[in-house]
Design a protein around this ligand. Structure first.
Ligand SMILES: [Fe+2]
Length: 308
């Protein structure tokens, strides 16, 4: 239950259908900076308030969705210990050599968890060329654009056997579980998991199909930034899913929409401070509407049904 053993989800690779149109969204509407392009045509991006080389990689593909997420851990000893613990947990681990498919990243270990998602672990990554100031710093080096996303924040994954994936995050990644939602028979319907003081780094919803992603969440500074994002969704004719609203679960202030390739994006602000010694909050499935959308108390069908 140590805080910061797994520091954060630091990298996500997403599949997109129309690279130019989708890249325009990530850069000019969400507000990420393009860092570099790989020899196979993928594009690496980061948010203005992130220090590491990049946090989002877009890959042109025939289907939208998630290739993998990578978690930064607190050092080489933790990395090797977690590799051994992952194998002991029963998952086969492969190794990705430093500075190969993800420029600036050190060695990564990868494996597939119960829900069918590829997770990776790493500890070394280069400092980005354009990072927040370090010496008597201003609040930004270059005025943020668009929705002014500050960082990659979290993601919600859909797949089978989330109870095992939750247990893996606790037992191997050293994370903790601030909130859960259970069905009437007591089995896990959804779980919110973190390795730090954020209310969640990731969440799972039980779902028959493996390896699906519901949304990627980017952090904004406050409620007015969520309102600004709503304006930009309308001005740019992006498809809104729901919001602006508040979650009772995590207490985040939120809006959901689809980027041009059909990956659902959440921009999110606020949320409570999570501590590993806080008691767990438990939701009944019958109350999930209020948990997700506190104001209306109802979940819209698209929110539950559409994943990539
Ligand atoms: Fe979210």
């Amino acid at each position: 239950m140590a805080i910061n053993k797994t520091i954060r989800p630091g990298l996500i690779q997403l599949r997109v259908l129309d690279l130019d149109k989708t890249l325009d969204f990530y850069k000019n509407i969400l507000g990420l900076d393009e860092v570099c392009r790989t020899s196979d045509g993928r594009v690496c991006l980061k948010a203005y308030d992130e220090f590491d080389h990049h946090s989002v990689t877009l890959k042109l593909a025939d289907t939208a969705g998630l290739d993998y997420v990578a978690f930064k851990v607190d050092g080489p000893e933790t990395l090797e210990n977690m590799k051994a613990a992952t194998e002991a947990f029963g998952y086969a681990v492969d190794e990705v050599a430093p500075n190969t498919d993800q420029p600036g990243f050190g060695k990564r270990y990868g494996f597939t968890i119960a829900t069918g998602h590829r997770f990776e672990l790493y500890c070394d990554v280069d400092l980005s060329a354009k990072h927040p100031g370090l010496k008597n710093p201003d609040i930004w080096e270059e005025e943020p654009r668009g929705m002014r996303a500050t960082r990659l924040d979290h993601f919600l994954l859909y797949g089978p056997n989330i109870a095992e994936s939750e247990r893996f995050c606790q037992e191997v990644l050293g994370m903790f579980v601030p909130e859960v939602c259970n069905t009437e028979d007591g089995s896990r319907m959804a779980t919110w998991i973190t390795g730090n003081n954020k209310p969640h780094d990731l969440a799972f919803v039980e779902y028959p199909q493996a390896g699906k992603i519901h949304h990627v969440g980017f952090y904004l500074n406050d409620w007015s930034a969520v309102g600004n994002a709503a304006d930009l969704i309308a001005i740019n004719r992006l498809k809104l899913d729901i919001g602006p609203t508040r979650h009772a679960i995590t207490r985040g202030l939120s809006i959901y929409f689809w980027e041009p390739s059909g990956n659902r994006i959440e921009v999110y602000a606020g949320g409570y401070t999570a501590y590993p010694d806080n008691p767990q909050r438990v939701w009944d499935a019958s109350e999930l509407g209020r948990g997700l959308f506190y104001y209306s108390g109802e979940v819209i069908p698209s929110f539950l049904e559409i994943v990539t």
